[in-house]
Design a binder for this molecule. Structure first.
Ligand SMILES: C[S@@+](CC[C@H](N)C(=O)[O-])C[C@H]1O[C@@H](n2cnc3c(N)ncnc32)[C@H](O)[C@@H]1O
Length: 242
């Protein structure tokens, strides 16, 4: 999979992408990450990328003509139609979650467009496949959302983490069961005896039960969402939102 990030600040990505799983995924060629600098498409000798909002208001808006050229540059003509998608990062978008990460994971080319300053000219929304938000708050730019989405999607790529491991983590579909390591006893807290029993069948059963119980307690909405009416475990029958 290829991910192209369109940004005014490609150097911001150096730390997060140069460590741990994302770094290893790049080294293994499980993922290719490219950057397009919006400044390269700026207007005139000063390479202007933004201007004041029409109608007044604070801050500067990234120009639609500049962003359009950056998107065109990012697109890869070799990729089949439907396998390449462009998403604007912005607070008006659909809120990112693991389901969305799974949908993005099947693309051959994911293009993420980072806004900055006061935002982007509204007309750019007609030139992208959608808008993704990472939550109900305002960040300075789309760079941190792009890092976050890249990290979540890269983990799902084949060969990046241990086979099947991503699918047992939280939100696939429940919260994960509690985990323990050494020491076996810390102060007055012991590791549950079942995990030390060596009985793998019982351990698996315990993990499933714990995951369900924790999800029921902390995030009943996940149980409601992940099953049709007939298949929903008896622990939750009503939409917790209603
Ligand atoms: C300061 S914000 C602009 C906010 C905009 N004026 C508003 O009130 O809706 C600048 C850029 O940061 C990014 N951004 C800010 N908050 C975000 C969020 N919650 N999710 C995704 N991107 C966000 C977007 O790319 C946005 O264009």
């Amino acid at each position: 999979m290829k991910i192209t990030i369109i940004t005014l600040f490609p150097e911001m990505f150096k730390g997060p992408f140069d460590h741990s799983i994302v770094k290893r995924a790049i080294q293994k060629d499980a993922i290719q990450i490219k950057f397009i600098n919006i400044r390269d498409f700026g207007i005139g000798k000063h390479k202007l990328v933004d201007d004041k909002p029409f109608g007044g208001g604070a801050g500067m808006i990234l120009r639609v003509d500049v962003l359009e050229k950056a998107i065109e540059k990012a697109k890869d003509k070799k990729i089949k139609k439907g396998k390449e998608k462009v998403f604007l990062l912005g607070p008006h978008g659909k809120v990112f979650n693991s389901k969305m990460a799974k949908k993005l994971d099947v693309l051959a080319h994911l293009i993420l467009l980072c806004g900055h300053y006061e935002g982007v000219d509204e007309r750019i929304k007609k030139m992208v496949d959608g808008e993704i938000s990472i939550g109900d708050f305002i960040l300075t730019g789309g760079e941190i959302p792009a890092m976050l989405i890249t990290d979540a999607v890269v983990r799902l790529q084949k060969g990046v983490i241990r086979e099947g491991a991503a699918m047992t983590e939280s939100f696939f579909p429940y919260l994960e069961y509690p985990q323990y390591t050494q020491p076996r006893k810390h102060k007055n807290m012991s590791v549950p005896a079942i995990l030390l029993s060596g009985n793998h069948k019982e351990i698996e059963k315990w993990k499933k039960e714990k995951a369900l119980a924790i999800t029921k307690k902390l995030r009943p909405d996940l149980i409601f969402e992940s099953h049709s009416d007939e298949k929903r475990p008896k622990v939750i029958e009503k939409d917790p939102e209603n």
